[in-house]
Design a protein around this ligand. Structure first.
Ligand code: UDX
Length: 440
């Protein structure tokens, strides 16, 4: 099938590439000419393991095309998928400007009836409103030319290809059998379970899934904090909880909170949407509140040991919101780095892939190290914000090159036993502290 995909961010680019991989002819559209030029050269504008190779393969096979000329792409397409960003407004609601703009471009371009599929995460009812907007834009002469369907995306950064090619489910929300049939035809080669429902339910599945996972993380962080207060160990607790298949062991890792482009935005958007509808989502409110406080757990612990950060050399390992990505959106590291700098600390950061993006945010205010060893040398304290494999596998003896081996680990990279054996002064989330409480 001939498919146009609007937007070459995570959702659009991964979707377009995977659809081309399974045999469709795909035109990826973006208004940013530099991005399209990069993609035409076979370079991925986003860091995503394996994606660039798949782009090159599909492009060389003649099935994946990149263009800024939306009119040509939309006119040729039998189906148009939209994967543009829906960022957060200052009040927490979703900003749908880019989505509406693409709809206007589609209405101005198509010359025959077309199925428009919304993959972007949008508030419940948006697809209905878009359908009405298309009717208005297309006028009486082209009435009912556009059918709108919801087809949310569940990919995670760092594992986006696997999440798409081996998805646990495809959710399609349609208001007509024809639209459901077209989407089924598109996805049948993936050989994945297809769940068909109405548009509003499909929109809700996306928010409810993301918000449930965010809530699960906030719940485990709440319990981890209590473990610290009452002398239980969160690793032991989650191993006991996760063994119950009704709970499941995934998304039970405690830490300094969830970040990224989805959970923070989608929890706030659903909460805002519920308030608008006259209903307060108390569970989601709690998930948001717990997460905001959780981000500062390491600083709170460190402050007991180091009352003043001014003039201290602080090593930071990891800046991205999770491993496997260079994305810093809503990363817990950011407000912490800000605080350390505001207090006059001399901050040295190492991250395997996130440093160029970090430099765009902080410029020359931070020192960017070339290795774990280079930032630890002579440091007064070390903060770990991301659980990169390189950190989890490092030789703990390296911490002894610091002035004091004080480690504040926001992602529980090492076992308490390993930290003890290595002679560290070690604070982690929801577990016993190693090496005494007050170091300064
Ligand atoms: C998420 C959803 O997983 C995905 O299905 C959706 O389509 C987009 O949002 P992503 O934001 O890429 O994907 O990352 P994810 O792996 O879910 O992690 C999000 C945040 O939660 C990260 O900051 C991560 O560190 C944190 N997290 C995750 C925890 O703190 N503990 C966990 O157990 C799991």
């Amino acid at each position: 099938m001939k498919i146009a995909v609007a937007g070459t961010g995570y959702v659009g680019l991964v979707t377009g590439t995977c659809l081309a991989k399974i045999g469709h002819t795909v035109f990826c559209v973006d208004k940013e000419a530099s991005k399209i030029a990069q993609l035409r050269r076979g370079e991925s504008p986003i860091y995503e393991p394996g994606l660039e190779a798949e782009i090159v393969e599909a492009k060389d096979a003649g099935r994946l095309h990149f263009t800024t000329d939306y009119a040509v792409a939309y006119r040729q397409a039998e189906v148009i998928m939209i994967g543009v960003a829906t960022p957060e407004n200052t009040d927490g609601s979703a900003n749908l400007q880019a989505l509406y703009q693409v709809c206007e471009q589609i209405a101005a371009s198509i010359t025959s009836p077309t199925l428009v599929v919304v993959k972007s995460t949008v508030p419940i009812g948006t697809n209905d409103r878009l359908a009405a907007y298309f009717d208005q834009l297309l006028g009486d002469s082209r009435k009912n030319w556009v059918e709108v369907a919801s087809n949310p995306e569940f990919l995670s950064q760092g594992t986006a290809l696997r999440d798409t090619l081996q998805a646990e489910r495809i959710v399609i929300g349609t208001e007509s059998q024809e639209a459901a049939d077209i989407l089924t035809e598109i996805y049948t080669p993936f050989d994945q379970p297809i769940l068909k429902m109405n548009r509003r339910s499909a929109e809700m599945v996306k928010y409810a899934s993301n918000d449930f996972l965010a809530l699960k993380i906030s719940f485990v962080n709440d319990i981890a904090n209590l473990c610290e207060a009452v002398g239980a160990d969160i690793d032991e607790v989650t191993s006991g909880m996760g063994a119950d298949s009704r709970i499941g062991s995934r998304f039970l890792a405690p830490g300094i909170g969830y970040g990224g482009s989805c959970f923070p935005k989608d929890t706030k958007a659903l909460h805002w949407l519920a308030e608008e509808a006259g209903y307060t989502l108390k569970t989601i409110r709690a998930a948001i509140d717990v997460n905001e406080k959780q981000r500062f757990k390491l600083m709170q612990a460190a402050r007991k040991d180091i009352p003043l950060f001014a003039g201290k050399k602080i090593a930071v390992l990891g800046a991205t919101f999770k491993p496997g990505t260079d994305d810093l959106r809503e990363a817990p590291s950011i407000p912490n780095l800000q605080m350390l700098l505001n207090e006059g600390a001399d901050v040295h950061v190492y991250d395997p892939v996130g440093l160029p993006n970090l430099e765009n945010v902080f410029g020359s205010r931070l020192h960017y190290g070339e290795s774990v060893a280079s930032v630890l040398q002579g440091a007064d304290a070390c903060f770990i914000f991301t659980e990169w494999a390189a950190f989890k596998e490092m030789d703990l003896a390296l911490f002894h090159t610091m002035r004091e081996p004080r480690v504040y680990d926001g992602r529980n990279c090492f076992s308490v036993k390993a930290a003890e054996q290595a002679g560290l002064q070690y604070y982690s989330i929801g577990r016993a502290r190693v090496g005494g409480a007050v170091f300064a």
